[in-house]
Every structure is written in C-alpha cells, then in structure tokens.
Design a protein around this ligand. Structure first.
Ligand code: GCB
Length: 700
C-alpha cells in the first residue's frame, strides 16, 4: 500500500549528517500543559468525526484534500471517541484490522480573548497518536509527527487569528503503517496471487507481541502561554546528609532575556529555597527525599518548583508561571546493586501494557487508577513501560505514589538486519531525544530502556547500540541505560554498553514446554553466565507463563492456573538465592492479559497476565502478592515493618536491642490487654538483601 509520506526523511542521508542534524535542530521543550495564573488549558476529548480511507491507494484523503472542508462534506463519517484506539469501537472487522490513513475532525470554540490577545500563544497538543500524524487547522497544515506514544504540538495562534469569525476546525490524519525504519518496525506484504487473494490484498507484518492499536491514544488539548514563556525546565537532584540539592536549568522562548524567579515549595506550600536566573542550585535543608513505595513511610514526596518569568517586549509586560513537581533522589549502579538514595533497591514489579477492552491503548482514568490500586495491593514497587512510553498522566501517578519506572522507548521488534541501518538509527536517536525531553524530570524514572529483545547478535547491533546508548547518556547523564535482551550472553553485541543487564527468559514455556523441572538449572546457568561475563547487576526483566483463567489441572499442565503458579514459584527460589549476590530485580510478564495479533499461539490475546484483561486476579496474583509483601519487608530499608495486606491491626513499639532499632510495628491480632509476650522478627541490616533473620527471642 502507499502511505503518502514515505517517512522519506530517513531514506538516504548518512548517519553522521543526520547526527549533526539532530544536534542542530532548535531544541524545544515539551513541558506537560499545566494551568497556572498565566496558562489555560482546554481539553478536546470526546467525540470526533472519523473516517478511514479505505480507497485502494489509501490516498483518497490527500487526493481530494479532505482537510480543506468539513469531513462530513466529503463522505460518510463515524463518531469516534478521543482518546481511544479506533480498532475495537465498531463492529466492522475491516476497521479493527485497518492499515493506512484514518481521519479525525472536530470543531472547537476558542475563547475570544485567546484570539484577540496577540500576546497569547495558543498551542495545540496531541498526547500521542499512532503512528504518523498530520494536523491541519482550518485547512492549514500546522504539524507533522512521526511515531506513536509521544506528544507533539503546534502553535496555532497565527492560523486562528486569520479569520477570528471562523470556527476552529481541527483535522488530524493518522497512519498506522509500519516500515523497516519505524519504531516499532514492520513490513507490508502484498499478496499478488489472484487464485488466493483479491486484488489489492496486503497484510502488515509485525515483530512484536501486542495488537497494533491505532488512532489518537491520548488527550488532545489547547493551552495558552504568554508570547514570552518558559519553554523547558531540566532538574537533577542530589543530597548530602540532610541537605538536598536541586540543580535546575530553565529555557525561555520569545525573548532573549527575562527575569526569572524560582521558588521551591514543600508539600505544605512553604517556601524552602529560592533562586534567580536561568540556572542554579536550590539548597534544601532538612530535605524530604523521594522514596519508592514500600521503602519509606512517606513515599513519593514531591516538592513543587515554581518558575516565574517576567519580561518586557516594548511597552508590553509578560509574566509566565509554571510549576513542576520535583522529587529529590539519587540513582546509582554498582557491579551488584541498584541504589536509590544510596540504599539498595530491589525491583519487585511488573511489566505492563497500555491495553484494555474497547479502548485499546486509549488513555482511560478509571483503568489507570485501578491499575495503581492493583500494583499497590500486589506490593509491587516498580514497572517497566514495556514496550513503549506510557502516558504522562501515568508517569505523574508513579511520581506521586513512589512507583519506580524503567522507561522504555518503542524499540521493540528490531529483528530484521535492515532495521539496523542509518535511517533506523537516526530515527531511534530522535525518539530517545523526545522521550528524554518528555520524561527527564520524573523522579520515578530511574533507568532508560532503549529496546526490547532486538536481534542483538547481528553484527550491526554493536555500532547501533553503542551509538544509541552513548547518545542517551549524553541526553541524560544522571540515569543508567539498558535494553532488554533475550540473546545469548556470549554473542550479545549491545550488552557491553548497558549499565544493568536485563534478561528475559521463558524456561519451560518456549523452551522445554511442560518441563518445569528444568527451570532451576537453566535459570541458574543464565544468571551465572551473564554475571560471569559482564560483572553487572541483573534484572529478570520478563518471565512467566500463559494461564487461561479458570483452567485447572493437577499435576499442572501448560495454560492452567496451576502451571503458571508453579513456574513462578520455581523462578522465585532461584531469585532468592541470586538476589543475595547480584540479581537486583524481578518483573513478572505480565501484569494483565493483553490483546495481540491473531495467531496459533494466542487465544484471544496473550494470557500471561496475573490479572485478566478485566483486572481480576488469577491464582498466580496471590502467589506474587504474598512474595512481594515479604520482599518489601525484607528489602525495603524503611519502615522496618510495613502492613502486609492480610494484617490490618497494628501497635507501634520501639524495640531496641544492643543499641539497634529492631522493629516498630506489631500485628495486634493476638494481643490481650495487659502485658504481652511479643515475638519479634528482626530485619537484618539496612544494606544487605538477605531478608529476614530468625527471630532472636521473645520480648515482654
Ligand atoms: C517476550 C516479549 C513480550 C511477549 C512475551 C511473550 O519476550 O518481550 O513482548 O509478549 O515474550 O509472552 O511471548
């Protein structure tokens, strides 16, 4: 099929030229739109008009310039919710599996003061659309963006001011065609055998295991800023003893100079530090650090950094105010540990997808909140954004709840050697630019993942990952970088460049199916091999088994809940050995069942979730819940005791033995009035990962 844009930017240029281009491009910020005294936000979510271009060329929309007049005047239209994938909204299988351009349109009433005031910028922002997008306002093209999962925006003030009486008509065309140079990559195969396929028949081949949902997946909105405005803010944080440091850099647009006042406020709104100027360091005495969930009594502590700009343009005065949540924390990696605030952090978490019934990958608040409740119920402290960046709204929840994130770009399914070429690499570098630009200030993000299971044994993988990882570290020197591998440890070409080895394996599933007894030996070998060669800490970044909910067998058989549970348990006993040495985390595949392409190994999607797609627990969820709460108590540095879900009633007692604080909260289930004998389990030391020691005795 012919996508009008051939994504031709990437066709012929050599890498060095492109690298230069990337660096020379005017850098722009991508601050999350927030209301303030100088900024307004207008959400454009709801029903849009919609049409898929089903013409044989898939190009009718451009040939007939559908963007020039209201969409309903050029053909039939459907109601389409935004944000949502369009695939599962209708009863039409051709729309579910559609490849090519789809067209969205709606009219917006723009407040007249926005239009009249030339000193106001009006910005149109699309949270994400999959995959290639073109945007028009009143028939004038204002934006073009390649890639899903990341935001893009356009200043539309000039267009809407041309004819203030005209309603503002926004048209967005989105094409989900994947090529060898897109991320993720894909190919189109045309079936020309007329004895088997109708004329014009083609299919899209993908090399990843989730449904290629498409459409406008995240909120579309208009927001305003003054003409002279805060364009970007970068913070990095540190602390020494009780003093925190927030190093900041503010970039402004619309003027070369402006006065800046930067104020850091604590949770109660009290000012704790101030500064002037476009860059500086804010010093916070008696700092409250940002801690992960289950590692501290008060996880996810956020300060608010208010940047107040004032500037003049001739007679006109401009003031802009932007408030950024800031968590003060550090991240470091040693050869055997992952340190947050200098304390060992053990990832006990999940891999997720943005995926649900009907909405596909569309942002949905009830789902987001439900998922966070489940994550906390589970006792998970982290997740990986497999296999693409998640909505900014989700990242903000992670900051607030202390859920640690490995932030992955859409580099999934890089399997074909042609996807290691210069055009692919150049695009991958600019996707990392966009991702780091968007997520750099989230304290929850502790590591970047540049890819999932690429063909890392192919010769070009060496240069590709060396360049990509170096580039990412240049963009953000404060966070480690990894990619997720399923390659052979001795032949993996990118592993030398990562900070943490993240390895996926499915022993007794894709290999030796049905033979769970091989797990301990194979997993042990896996860890020893990787650590032996690289001397870097290791995360088991995926493991698991499909379970069709309600399917049972004893002895366990594949696809039953018993089999899934048993696979998990066998992995866990090896993790418990190795986490005393260099294994720093375990992320189950997957949090919930999710939709995939149809195929003979998928029964209406991937069933490796410990929750169903409707977020109901399978038996494995309880195994994991029990384990994660135990791990939280064993590996979280503070508090010494945290509520396990089954125990609801507690009494606080300081127990000091040999000068050490040994426990502070006890389950009161078996307490009586008067004197009690309390049996205390004691957490071993703050900096080891050995878990519980045996109870040292009885206390009265
Ligand atoms: C993997 C992939 C993931 C798949 C999973 C599976 O290794 O990273 O995207 O869904 O295996 O279930 O096969």
């Amino acid at each position: 099929m012919a996508a009008r844009k051939c994504f031709g930017l990437h066709c012929v240029l050599y890498l060095c030229a492109l690298l230069e281009l990337v660096c020379l491009q005017e850098s722009r910020g991508m601050l999350f739109p927030r209301e303030s005294s100088s900024r307004e936000v207008k959400e454009l979510n709801g029903l849009w008009r919609f049409r898929a271009d089903t013409s044989a060329s898939r190009n009718e929309g451009f040939d007939r310039a559908w963007y020039k007049s209201p969409l309903a005047t050029t053909g039939p239209v459907l109601d389409m919710p935004v944000p949502a994938s369009y695939n599962d909204i209708s009863q039409d299988p051709t729309l579910r599996d559609f490849i090519g351009w789809v067209w969205y349109e709606r009219e917006v009433v723009v407040p007249s003061r926005w239009v009249q005031d030339e000193g106001t910028r009006v910005v149109l922002r699309v949270g994400s659309a999959h995959y290639y997008s073109m945007v028009w306002v009143n028939g004038v093209q204002v934006a073009e963006h390649e890639g899903g999962h990341l935001p893009f925006e356009a200043d539309i003030g000039e267009v809407i001011r041309k004819d203030p009486a005209e309603p503002c008509r926004i048209t967005i065309a989105v094409n989900n065609t994947l090529t060898l140079t897109t991320l993720p990559p894909g190919t189109i195969t045309h079936m020309d055998d007329r004895t088997k396929y109708p004329a014009g028949y083609f299919v899209q081949n993908i090399y990843f295991d989730f449904f290629n949902y498409a459409g406008i997946h995240r909120p579309v909105l208009l927001y305003t800023t003054p003409k002279i405005y805060v364009d970007d803010i970068t913070v990095s944080t540190n602390f020494l003893d009780n003093t925190g440091f927030v190093e900041y850099k503010v970039s402004i647009k619309g003027a070369t100079t402006a006065n800046l006042k930067v104020t850091l406020m604590d949770k109660d709104g009290h000012c704790v530090a101030t500064s002037n100027g476009a860059s500086g360091v804010l010093k916070v005495v008696d700092v409250s650090l940002w801690w992960p969930y289950l590692m501290h009594d008060n996880p996810g502590y956020l300060y608010s950094m208010e940047v107040r700009l004032s500037a003049a343009d001739g007679q006109l005065q401009f003031e802009d105010v932007y408030s950024l949540p800031v968590g003060i924390r550090t991240v470091n990696v040693t050869s055997t540990q992952f340190l947050i605030n200098n304390k060992p952090f053990y990832f006990h978490g999940v891999n997720k997808h943005e995926d649900s019934d009907i909405r596909g990958k569309g942002l949905d608040w009830p789902l987001i909140v439900k998922d966070f409740n489940l994550i906390k119920w589970l006792g998970a402290n982290s997740f990986r954004t497999s296999h693409y960046p998640y909505a900014e709204e989700i990242m903000q929840m992670c900051d607030r709840h202390g859920i640690v994130v490995i932030d992955e770009c859409p580099g999934v399914g890089i399997k074909d050697i042609r996807s290691f070429g210069n055009a692919s690499l150049a695009h991958h570098l600019s996707v990392m630019d966009e991702l780091v630009r968007r997520d750099k200030n989230h304290p929850s993000v502790v590591m970047w993942s540049v890819a999932n299971e690429p063909a890392a044994e192919m010769p070009p993988a060496d240069y590709y990952f060396k360049t990509l990882i170096k580039h990412t570290k240049t963009l953000d020197p404060t966070r480690p970088v990894t990619y997720i591998t399923d390659s052979n440890y001795a032949r993996d070409k990118g592993a030398p460049y990562v900070d943490v080895i993240c390895v996926n394996s499915y022993f007794s599933w894709y290999h030796d199916p049905g033979h769970m007894e091989v797990i301990p030996i194979q997993l042990n070998t896996q860890f020893e091999n990787w650590f032996g060669k690289y001397k870097k800490p290791i995360i088991q970044s995926e493991y698991g088994a499909d379970a069709v909910p309600g399917l049972h067998s004893d002895p366990p058989m594949m696809f039953t809940e018993e089999y899934q549970k048993n696979v998990l348990k066998r992995y866990h006993s090896v993790f418990d050995e190795k986490r005393k040495q260099y294994v720093i985390g375990e992320l189950i595949w997957n949090f919930a069942d999710f939709m995939t392409a149809q195929g003979i190994t998928r029964v209406v999607g991937n069933k490796k979730g410990i929750f169903t797609r409707q977020r109901q627990p399978k038996s494995a969820a309880y195994i994991l819940r029990e384990r994660y709460w135990r791990l939280a108590n064993a590996t979280g540095t503070l508090p010494l005791w945290t509520d396990t879900p089954a125990q609801t009633s507690w009494v606080t007692r300081e127990v000091v033995r040999n000068g050490f604080h040994m426990a502070k909260r006890f389950n009161t289930r078996n307490l009586f009035s008067g004197s009690n004998r309390i049996h205390a389990e004691v957490y071993a030391t703050l900096d080891c990962l050995t878990g519980f020691t045996e109870s040292p005795g009885l206390f009265t």
